[in-house]
Design a protein around this ligand. Structure first.
Ligand SMILES: NC(=O)c1ccc[n+]([C@@H]2O[C@H](COP(=O)([O-])OP(=O)(O)OC[C@H]3O[C@@H](n4cnc5c(N)ncnc54)[C@H](O)[C@@H]3O)[C@@H](O)[C@H]2O)c1
Length: 349
């Protein structure tokens, strides 16, 4: 395997445009073919990004191409067959979130990666967003001492259904769409959770699943966190797609505000740092923080292909994040707190 690493992309839909721009900017990698079962979409991507070959069928593509990596940007129901196909052809594999519809599917993909001896990533870009990276650096530097409490909130009223109409039809919506991002982010910032309690709400008329939830976690370290999400909040200005954060420690508090400010409350004083990412040349507000994080994640993939890093996060790591979302549904249904290890031991169903 030598640079530039040769990649294929499967799924030329709404979000994959960001993937393609990110790959075009990433040094050391290039996309050599794209695939979508809707040939019009694959051809449009090929024209826009100067890609030589398009395919309607992923198996046909893997028969004709020998990529170093495959970037799977399809919706969740196709993830397991596509990930297994890619790994069977020896490609380092990247799978968009949500990783799987069931814990068993997720585990099967992780097992396939182990058999293939190839890295498997979940495209989990929140932990690659600048405000969350800045928070993590401050925590690691001990700026607020030992964390005691954390809150992550993703509440907004942006019309996500315009670009992603399938979100209105999915029975497991907010927890599977944004909950898993937030659960990965809190694991990144604070560490793993021991248990979870969750309440869900279905607020927008006509949608199939929950569009809001509040989850309370108790972490292995004793930290308590609350994770909140709503797609039905009326807020001016609307903070979409920012994750607001509040982390208290025994020596201070860290805060990420809706205008990309990192505030450090410490020793009776307030310090404020600008953590707003630049708008990529190909990007646009309000999506720039997400777009910047996609490009950062893809540069990380190149680092892993070079042998310089381990996947952040890997499929294996993301299994527990997935289990947290399923445990949150169990909690919302039963009104009980769910012990995450015990839930996984029972198959996380
Ligand atoms: N990480 C993020 O911040 C973020 C943001 C938005 C969406 N997403 C995720 O990205 C994924 C895609 O979302 P989207 O909104 O772009 O969806 P989309 O429906 O716009 O695009 C998916 C594309 O995949 C194609 N496809 C599906 N199955 C296929 C198969 N077996 N072979 C070839 N092509 C196939 C479809 O024809 C479609 O063009 C979802 O899982 C979503 O949750 C992630």
């Amino acid at each position: 395997m030598s640079e530039p690493f040769r990649g294929v992309l499967i799924g030329c839909g709404f979000f994959a445009k960001n993937h393609m721009h990110g790959w075009a900017d990433a040094e050391g990698a290039e996309i050599v073919a794209v695939c979508d079962r809707d040939t019009g979409k694959a051809e449009a991507f090929a024209r826009e990004f100067g890609i030589a070959r398009t395919y309607a069928d992923a198996a046909e593509m893997f028969g004709a191409e020998t990529p170093d990596f495959a970037d799977i940007a399809t919706t969740v129901e196709s993830h397991r067959p596509l990930v297994e196909l890619s790994l069977a052809h020896g490609a380092t594999t990247i799978c968009q979130k949500p990783f799987a519809e069931t814990f068993a599917d997720g585990k099967a993909m992780v097992d396939a990666a182990e058999r293939a001896g190839k890295p498997l990533f979940v495209h989990e870009n929140f932990r690659w967003q600048l405000p969350l990276i800045a928070l993590k650096e401050k925590l690691a530097a001990g700026v607020i001492g030992n964390p005691t409490y954390a809150r992550l909130a993703f509440r907004h009223g942006y019309d996500v259904y315009a670009n992603q109409p399938y979100l209105a039809k999915t029975k497991q919506f907010a927890l599977m769409d944004v909950g898993i991002h937030l659960f990965d982010a809190i694991r990144f910032l604070i560490g793993d959770a021991a248990d979870i309690h969750c309440r869900t709400q279905s607020l927008k008329p006509g949608i199939a699943g929950e569009d809001a939830f509040v989850a309370t976690l108790r972490h292995d370290t004793g930290v308590v966190s609350t994770i909140e999400c709503s797609f039905f909040s009326k807020i001016v200005p609307d903070p979409f797609p920012q994750t607001l954060a509040w982390i208290e420690g025994d020596a201070g508090t860290l805060e990420v505000t809706g205008d990309y400010r990192l505030r450090i409350h410490k020793d009776g004083a307030l310090e404020e740092i600008d953590v707003e990412p630049a708008v990529p040349a190909w990007g646009a507000t309000p999506w720039h923080a997400v777009q910047d994080s996609v490009a950062a994640f893809e540069r990380h993939v190149v680092d892993v292909l070079r042998g310089n890093a381990e996947p952040q996060p890997s499929g294996a790591h993301n299994l527990e994040t997935l289990a947290m979302a399923f445990a949150a549904y169990r909690s919302a249904e039963t009104g009980r707190t769910v012990d995450i290890d015990a839930f996984i031991a029972e198959g996380a169903r």
